[in-house]
Design a protein. Structure first.
Length: 624
């Protein structure tokens, strides 16, 4: 009935429970930001001043239209002054320090095999389309997107001052350059193997592999003093080194100019913003841009999330909700522990290490204990690009300052208003921001069947990520380290292959299928999370009492609550985009897949072999 009656808003590529909850959060943030942006002379550097002025600068469309491309003029002049290959890499380094890097992917984070050490990470990057497949595959959909991307590049370069014929030629050259980078990049499925994407190299070794990039010099410019770096895909950097030397400097200048402008296009004057949206809508199917206040609210959350988060949780996340969630998480953890003890397919030695990892799990709920301090960032109400640049410079320094210090395991990587959750293998932690702790995920004081089926499954899902095909390769400390016996690894792989085969058969559009290998980790987490949540729910007095509500048993209410969390309508273009990029299965199969593997579901609804969701017991996947 919901699917039949629901229409996707023109400002959305999809609409469902997550979108509805996120929209509610945006309205809440809007209320907060409207109030602080209208304060008279708030103290400089205060939360109210910074969040209010960032929001006001994003809302000031008159100033943005008047400025045009001028806020990026100094950066464009820097690019115009490039004379040789060395200058190219130095310009990329300069942009990273300003918070807007391209060409390769760079960040500072815990070492994959030594998670207490902060390391420099280098990964493949440099592409304007979502991933390698968009450049390589020959079917008509990908060709159309490549043509649209080339048109977008030409439009941006033309708007910035190039004659149309020059812009068209440069766009073609940029597509050729990015295609060569794509050919040296790994596809999404191969990026899911942490062992294959781990290479700890000395700077000297990296220099040897990339003779046209002087990394010591680059890192000196970036204020990085390290002897070793973690490189995800060395083959990409070997190709990049060759391209730096073989590609004409004029092409690199056009490439850097386009990516700089495109990175800020959403907050430049309307010709740039419209060009950016007109291209992005071809990927998502979204019909119209969101209202400016929604985009501005989301921007403040993205940049000053800990500041806005403090205001958000004070108003919208009472202590009783945090207390309930703590109890719920602990209940699921205890249930998980008991199930691990009785897993018949695992040896005792592997079980003991799995339980030790579960016992060491860190649980973060609602908001961090320590907030990031943004007070040093200069933010004013009149210049959004300058504000974004100042934030980028602060964030870069914040990241670089981690080097040489112990890893701060109290840090959060989502903001409190976020409608999502995550498992971090390097920290062995599950994190549930306040934003997701609202209907339809969590109902204060509601039926336990509903809360266990909805947010309980989300909790179980994140816990299971510690034991999916990727997370299971990390130990209790968060280090990439094998703790499995050989035979248990074989058994685990055999069980996961049932899920790969199951999800490979699901179709999305015509003959387009779910990619069972790409989505394996999330499918393991969905199946395990639902099973753990159900087992935990069975301990509650409500489940044991068996009382019906609205004619539904507790088990039926549990599964219906789970299904309603994932109800979603998606535009065809968005479905296609998600299949090629999203490691999650389509929402429909996030319900059908796990439920059809659970005996309890068959009993709850008396599912028979003639029913469409029936799957013979021999092919049902069960891991956790």
């Amino acid at each position: 009935t919901w699917i039949k009656n629901t229409k996707i808003p023109p400002t959305k590529a999809a609409w469902g429970s997550f979108n509805n909850a996120h929209d509610k959060v945006l309205h809440r943030m809007h209320t907060i930001l409207d109030s602080v942006s209208n304060l008279n002379d708030p103290k400089q550097g205060s939360i109210a001043q910074q969040t209010g002025d960032m929001y006001a600068s994003a809302m000031d469309s008159t100033a943005i239209e008047k400025a045009g491309i001028q806020p990026l003029r100094n950066d464009l002049d820097h690019i115009a002054s490039i004379k040789n290959a060395d200058d190219i890499i130095h310009e990329v380094a300069r942009e990273y320090k300003n918070g807007e890097g391209t060409l390769f992917s760079f960040h500072v984070g815990p070492g994959t095999k030594h998670s207490m050490i902060e390391r420099v990470h280098l990964n493949q990057g440099g592409l304007g389309l979502p991933n390698r497949n968009y450049y390589i595959k020959k079917n008509s959909q990908f060709k159309q997107l490549r043509n649209a991307y080339q048109h977008y590049i030409a439009t941006v370069l033309s708007l910035s001052g190039d004659p149309k014929s020059t812009a068209d030629r440069e766009a073609n050259d940029i597509i050729d350059l990015e295609t060569k980078m794509a050919e040296a990049s790994k596809p999404p499925v191969k990026l899911r193997n942490p062992q294959a994407n781990y290479h700890l190299l000395t700077i000297r070794k990296l220099d040897d592999q990339t003779p046209n990039i002087d990394w010591k010099n680059v890192f000196n410019q970036m204020n990085i003093g390290v002897d070793t770096v973690q490189v995800g895909q060395p083959e990409f950097y070997r190709q990049l080194s060759d391209l730096v030397n073989s590609t004409p400097v004029s092409v690199w200048k056009a490439y850097l100019r386009f990516h700089l402008i495109s990175g800020y296009a959403s907050w430049l004057s309307s010709p740039y913003a419209k060009a950016n949206f007109n291209f992005s809508r071809l990927l998502s199917g979204q019909k119209k841009r969101q209202p400016r206040w929604k985009r501005a609210s989301a921007l403040v959350d993205h940049t000053l999330g800990d500041a806005l988060g403090q205001l958000y949780v004070k108003r919208y996340f009472p202590p009783k909700d945090k207390k309930y969630m703590k109890n719920l998480v602990n209940n699921l953890q205890n249930t998980y522990r008991n199930r691990l003890k009785h897993e018949a397919w695992m040896s005792d030695s592997t079980k003991a290490k799995a339980i030790a990892k579960l016992n060491a799990l860190v649980k973060k709920i609602g908001y961090p204990d320590e907030w990031k301090d943004y007070s040093s960032i200069e933010i004013n109400s009149k210049n959004i690009i300058k504000n974004l640049r100042h934030y980028g410079q602060w964030h870069y320094k914040y990241m670089i300052d981690k080097l040489g210090k112990p890893v701060d395991r109290n840090e959060w990587f989502m903001t409190p208003p976020t409608v999502n959750s995550y498992y971090n293998p390097s920290f062995n932690e599950v994190v549930f921001p306040a934003g997701i702790l609202q209907p339809p995920f969590y109902y204060p004081g509601a039926d336990d069947a509903v809360n266990y089926g909805a947010v309980g499954m989300v909790i179980g899902h994140e816990m299971t990520h510690g034991f999916d095909d990727q997370g299971s390769q990390y130990d209790k400390k968060g280090d990439l380290h094998n703790w499995w016996t050989k035979m248990d690894s074989i058994r685990f792989h055999q069980r996961t292959q049932k899920l790969v085969k199951q999800y490979d058969k699901y179709t999305v559009l015509d003959s387009l299928h779910v990619n069972g290998k790409l989505t394996l980790g999330e499918n393991i987490a969905d199946n395990g999370g639902l099973a753990i949540a159900y087992a935990a729910f069975q301990k509650t007095p409500e489940a044991k009492g068996g009382k019906k509500i609205d004619g539904l048993t507790p088990d039926q209410r549990f599964f219906l609550a789970y299904a309603q969390v994932w109800r979603m309508k998606e535009r065809p273009k968005y479905k296609r985009f998600a299949i090629h990029n999203d490691v999650h299965s389509p929402p429909k199969y996030r319900v059908i897949g796990p439920a059809s593997n659970m005996t309890a579901f068959y009993k709850a609804f008396d599912v028979q072999p003639s029913d469409s969701m029936y799957r013979p017991d021999s092919v049902r996947a069960k891991i956790w």
